[in-house]
Design a protein around this ligand. Structure first.
Ligand code: PA5
Length: 323
């Protein structure tokens, strides 16, 4: 097994220890006007999961910020949860400093870096991640840490973390399903499709094939899919595309999408979601997608772990935008 795949397959272990880790720092007892989750890439995806998790469940607005600047309406009374595995991501640090200047409450999830220093020097609520992972390979720990911070601050119920550990401990099953997905997609560009609730999975699918397999990929979200992308499939035949659909058993629009695509002659691999609690499904399918994208990388002779272009982008942004 490749070393990088091993780090993904350590997720059950990572998850268990993440559930044990404490939230440190000063915990304010207060009501927040809103929540902004700030972070990029493999850390930022956690904001998408939190957005889906909270939608329809909470009364406060939830913003996912993947930018250098915060939206204007994020101000005093809001909680800004800053998530960066390395703690050194330019966009995340800038937005976090802006949040402090605006008088927002700030909490941090990181393994260290500048963000770690900022959090400890101000005694902010903070959750430390284990070191030695690529950010995307630490996904369960980043997710659990973020949810724990929010639960501690009264923005989420602790019960949200009742993840089905037996499901996500089926490492062999994830590897098998991952190989199957990789074989299915061989020679084709993947198009990950889901409804709004499961959009973090479709996005994660795209991101994992980009970063691990070094391939372009796209993702589409239903119902918006039905207002533009659907038409694109009328003329898809010339392009080497295959669809990977997360079909929500509770959402007929996702069944419509499957029937439509199959009817148009498109090859669709469909995974049923909506059968278990949300976080269990997100973690399980992220493991399957992770395994698939790493198998793809190995077959293509590329290193799944190294992301040279992200490194050069990060060097550019620091040099260009640092004041
Ligand atoms: O998965 C990755 O390696 C990237 O997408 C990173 O997560 C992204 O560049 C942001 O870095 P960090 O997670 O350290 O803030």
């Amino acid at each position: 097994m490749s070393e990088f795949l091993t780090s993904y397959m350590r997720w059950p272990e990572l998850l268990r220890s993440a559930l044990e880790e404490p939230v440190e720092g000063r915990i304010e007892e207060r009501e927040f006007r809103g929540l902004a989750v700030v972070g990029m890439g493999g850390s930022g995806i956690v904001g998408d999961v939190i957005k889906s998790l909270t939608s329809g469940e909470v009364e406060y607005p939830v913003e996912v910020v993947k930018d250098i600047k915060l939206p204007r309406w994020v101000r005093e009374g809001w909680l800004v949860l800053s998530v960066s595995y390395s703690g050194n991501t330019f966009e995340t640090i800038e937005a976090t400093e802006e949040a402090i200047e605006r008088g927002c409450s700030v909490a941090v999830v990181t393994s260290g870096g500048k963000l770690g220093e900022l959090a400890s020097s101000r005694d902010l609520p903070r959750y430390y991640l284990p070191r030695g992972f690529a950010p995307r390979a630490a996904f369960p720990a980043i997710l659990v840490g973020s949810v724990k911070v929010l639960a501690e601050l009264g923005l989420l119920a602790k019960e949200v973390l009742n993840i089905d550990l037996s499901r996500v401990s089926n490492v062999e099953g994830a590897i098998h399903a991952g190989k199957e997905l990789s074989n299915y997609l061989e020679g084709f560009m993947p198009v990950f499709i889901s409804n709004v609730k499961y959009y973090p999975l479709a996005l994660r699918g795209k991101n994992e094939f980009n970063e691990n397999a070094k391939l372009p990929a796209k993702f589409e979200i239903i119902p918006e899919w039905g207002h533009n992308d659907i038409v694109g499939w009328e003329g898809w035949a010339k392009f080497p595309l295959k669809a990977v659909l997360f079909r929500d058993v509770n959402d007929p629009l996702t069944s419509f999408a499957e029937e439509f695509l199959r009817g148009a002659g498109v090859s669709v691999k469909s995974y049923e979601v909506g059968l278990r609690d949300f976080l269990t499904e997100v973690i399980w399918y992220s493991m399957v997608i992770g395994a698939a994208s790493i198998h793809h990388a190995i077959k293509r002779g590329v290193n799944p772990e190294v992301t040279l272009s992200i490194k050069s982008y990060k060097q550019f942004i620091k040099k260009e935008l640092a004041d």
